[in-house]
Design a binder for this molecule. Sequence first.
Ligand SMILES: [Cu+2]
Length: 402
Amino acid sequence: MKLKKHGIKTASAFISLLLLFITKLTFAQTSAPAASVNSPTIDEAGTLNTMWMGISYNVLLFLLICIVVAVVGRILKIYDLTLQIQSKKGLDWNRLMAVGFGLFLVVGMYGAYWEYTVQGSMILPEAASAHGQKIDEMFNITLIITTIVFVGTQIMLFTFAYIYRGSQLRKAYFLPHNNTIEKLWTIVPAVVLTILVVFGSITWKNIQDVSVKDQRSALNVDVTAHQFAWEVRYPGNDNKLGLKNYKLVSASNKVGVDFKDKNSYDDLTADEIVVPVNKPVRINLIAQDVIHSFYLPWFRVQINAVPGLPTFFQFTPTITTDDMRTKMDNQNFEYKLYCNKVCGGNHFNMQKVFRVVKEAEYQDWISKQKPYLNDQLKKDLKMAIAQPKMLGLKNKLAFNKL
Ligand SMILES: [Cu+2]
């Protein structure tokens, strides 16, 4: 009687979930064409709906699998009880469990294979910078080692669970301590991790330790972060950026360039960051309000922009935007600079196009950029000159002291 009641409950839960599942699927099919007809541009609400549709689909699929497993378990239990009533030998549950472990191993390994092949292809494509290739190499070596360990330990775990399943015919072996095994599982991971850490430190040192000579020869670009934009400044022909002083920030002098430093006279402003391919570029960073993060995923570059603390990162882009467009078969592709610190409400919008071009194209582009010292600023500076205290040189942020 109790069994029957339980069976009815399980069946009704199963049917209601199935109905919900079918309703969701039908709803998804009817709403999709309507969304694409009405909105030729980005349909954010539609994208969100699709996302939730995907989540509910997977949750329901998971619940469905759980119910199927529970129903199969119940059927086996009933079969077992029937055998016992007929005074026959019942089911060998230990064996059943062991087979279940084996099945789980096969399904789980297929899941891991699926993750690597289907989702693995969604990771960033080849690095577009010289040091990025070294970072990718390190990532791949770590991934290969952890994959080997993962596959090995999972196979051992489930195979042992199968081989040493509970049996009336044997007694469990009591193994309180084994020095050899302890040494093995301590020394082997320690050696592997040490190799990875040393390898990582050497790579990090090679990327970070740029000689003063190389820093001088690099193209200097000054990037100032604030909520919620990036201000870009290029040096003029001297490749020397003028000093900045946060006290000089005004409506016309957005980043507070100090015009007592003559290097600043020929500085240029730009709406995008354009750099020549295969030439080292040094990005000089600072923030005006909160911490932001200068993030160029395609170049494997990320460094914080901190208020009051100048930071820099030097790297060499190796693939032009045009070449990457061809590689990706997407003529609209652009490298983008993102902010990678949640810096406030409009953080998501803190983006800028980052173009890598051939040297000639870069020279052409830079010749068209506007001077930072524009007419409005010249006018404002005359006003400021009348109040010399406002132009004090204290708290100067020396970017270009090389
Ligand atoms: Cu930001």
